[in-house]
Design a protein around this ligand. Structure first.
Ligand code: BTN
Length: 319
């Protein structure tokens, strides 16, 4: 539930309808619970219907929820979420430019730590290295998390790794799927990219002001939707052969992010380094790493205590 247990009228009505599912809830009972007029209830029901909820209204019986849409409105997932920090504050948009851009603005304005900015559609979704992030409306999970960690700017890559491990854990918990983290910040399934992470920050010389973690997870994209990535990407729908309820995956992912961020706050990066290594792709394999100005070839050894990649070069030295 959101901090302080405050739900908006939509969330409250959905909760009442779900408690009685598949039965009816009388209009009078809803009025009593929400302490508002019948007209206000009717308006909220209409608004829920325009969001895609199929709600039946029967004289003398009241209202009954028939089906729910696959939308990321917090009314769908925030009510019983088990987190302390992440996802307690939410900004939900049907469409926006880039959740990372919105999140950075809100971080500068001092939004609560753990706030998430989530959307059904991005017009300027951004990927790493100046690339765009493509995701057809209402198919994927595109969201950003605002953090205010007591950290040094050098430590920021650790949060990308934390997010990647959270995605791996969430996919296993919700779907039993084995995904792997790929340095520096992707998640792969069966050799194909399922999730990308874009971490951005503002910092002074030795202190982070904020970190924005942008996560793009491919959920219900079809094979055609993924053509823009070449043959390098997949989605949960392609992997499993069925469409999924994005809000359920989101909820578990936010819980995993919350657990791991709490672990980082209490114990630092060391336990996360172990988790990352346990789930990493290509450990012990020969790899080529391209930086902005340099290329290295060697065997992937793992990551160091700060989260930097460790490569054994062909002359035996560790870079
Ligand atoms: C990458 O693999 O290049 C990183 C992709 C990150 C995409 C996400 S979607 C939500 C957030 N908002 C953005 O504009 N980008 C990130």
């Amino acid at each position: 539930m959101p901090k302080g247990g405050i739900m908006n009228p939509k969330q409250k009505i959905l909760e009442l309808l779900r408690e009685e599912e598949p039965g009816y809830v009388s209009g009078e009972y809803i009025c009593q619970q929400l302490q508002v007029s019948r007209t206000a209830i009717w308006k909220t029901i209409e608004s829920l219907r325009s969001d895609g909820y199929d709600i039946e209204a029967r004289p003398r019986l009241g209202y009954r929820l028939l089906t729910s849409p696959d939308i990321l409105d917090p009314a769908e997932w925030q009510t019983d979420i088990k987190t302390h920090i992440i996802g307690q504050t939410v900004r939900y948009y049907k469409t926006t430019t880039s959740t990372n851009e919105v999140a950075k603005d809100l971080a500068r304005q001092g939004i609560t730590e753990g706030a998430i900015i989530i959307t059904e559609e991005q017009s300027k979704g951004r990927g790493r290295l100046g690339r765009t992030w493509q995701c057809p409306p209402r198919t994927g999970l595109c969201f950003s998390v605002v953090l205010f960690p007591r950290a040094n700017p050098m430590e920021v890559p650790q949060f990308t790794m934390l997010a990647a491990v959270a995605v791996v854990k969430a996919l296993y918990r919700t779907l039993g799927l084995r995904a792997q983290v790929k340095w520096p910040n992707d998640v792969y399934i069966e050799g194909l990219k399922i999730c990308g992470i874009l971490a951005e920050m503002a910092a002074e010389a030795d202190r982070v002001k904020y970190v924005v973690l942008g996560i793009g997870l491919n959920v219900n994209q079809s094979k055609e939707d993924l053509v823009c990535f070449g043959n390098t990407a997949t989605s949960l729908r392609v992997q499993l052969g069925r469409t999924l309820l994005r809000s359920q995956i989101l909820k578990v992912l936010l819980e995993e992010l919350d657990n791991l961020y709490t672990l980082w706050q209490q114990e630092g990066f060391l336990p996360l380094k172990g988790l990352w290594r346990d789930n990493a792709l290509w450990i012990g394999n020969k790899v080529q790493v391209s930086g902005l100005n340099s290329n290295y070839q060697g065997t992937m050894e793992g990551i160091d205590d700060g989260g930097a990649l460790l490569l054994r070069l062909y002359d035996g030295t560790i870079k």
